[in-house]
Ligand binder design. Sequence first.
Ligand SMILES: [Fe+2]
Ligand SMILES: [Fe+2]
Length: 475
Amino acid sequence: MSTVNYSDKIPNNVNLSEDRTLQRALEGWQPNFVNWWDDVGPDGSTAYDVYLRTAVSVDPQGWAQFGHVKMRDYRWGIFLNPGDANREIHFGDHKGEKAWQDVPGEHRANLRRIIVTQGDTEPASVEQQRHLGLTAPSMYDLRNLYQINVEEGRHLWAMVYLLHKHFGRDGREEAEALLQRTSGDVDNPRILGAFNEKTPDWLAFFMFTYFTDRDGKFQLSALAESAFDPLARTTKFMLTEEAHHMFVGESGVSRVLARTAAVMNELKTDDAQKVRAAGAIDLGTIQRYLNFHYSVTIDLFGADQSSNAAIFYSSGLKGRYEEGKRGDDHVLKGQTYKVLEVKDGQLVEKDVPMLNALNEVLRDDFIKDSVAGVGRWNKVLEKAGIPTRLTVPHKAFNRQIGALAGIKMSPDGRVVSAVEWEAKKNEWLPTSDDFAFVASLMGRVVEPGKFAGWISPPVMGINRQPVDFEYVRFG
Ligand SMILES: [Fe+2]
Ligand SMILES: [Fe+2]
């Protein structure tokens, strides 16, 4: 099962050739996918040979192979982690029963919705990032962008396979619709808010891959627990790829900070205008970008109290992050969790049934994980002797979804008046001036080993290649 069939048109380890109807259906979808890639995938990249990893196995020791390929010829395929015939459902009302190889009728609508919502984010991010190649700060970074883009494309394949195999005609219709919605489109937008925002520049890209791809990690981890075994196995493999996306974000921001700190030390200044005049990104701008991407991303976890979240858990469709490592009963009836609510203009904690608060549980797990990386960013500043620290804003800051959407909150967690919000929001969220300044730095630097002036080179290259390796051949 872990060997991948590469002689098929669609590489897979699911014995696709044994199901002719399914194979034909997916082969019918494939040209539409390639058309989508040509239309809204990476701008101007058709002729490039890119040093990409391609999944060739699901063996954790050596699942990928590296080589120069044209992205539209990338072998997007269907890979499920190895299955365990005796796997049992380990949470919710069906705990102890055998995991499902097919979709139970009563959970069909909810599972389809979960898969479509996850699937929709994958092509959305490719669309959001499609212009970034034109302003890459280095050939190394350009390659990383493209790597993420092709893997998000593969993640779409992973969800489309489930839709085609397990959801009949409506699954096929949903698979088509995944290629029809477009990020930011007024008439037919992507499903979730953050996936309709622009990714206008590379600082935004690094913040997106740090925070929003990490949302992906948490959603996929929760689905990797699912009682629907094919979903659990496919999301487990997606997580293998996802790690690199977050690495690109974390190391990208670290390298921006290293460059900014070097300029601040050279000029012995913390004056934002002087840092900008020297061609680096001032820490205030970086903090405002962080505030924006963090707050938009935590909205993705949904309303703090949700009966759907309770249903998804109790019926075994979606678990918690690291469900298997938790010491409780994995049923959660009668247990409570603290959520925030607004009372008389103030935030107060209240206990609610844990099953209804599972979006908040996942959001809080995400927050812990995010904060840890921000700590690593601060180490870069600390090492350089810069006293400023980045912080993640309060979780009620700039929220558009859930009980906290109704209030104005400062990043440090004070409820503020509408007047104060208006007066301060330019200190807290990126301004048009910030975007214009960052945009002004975005020139294309793509000679091997050369880097734009606002970012430091990485410590090492990809797959043990040197930093000045020819990661992209422009042809
Ligand atoms: Fe993804
Ligand atoms: Fe990703």
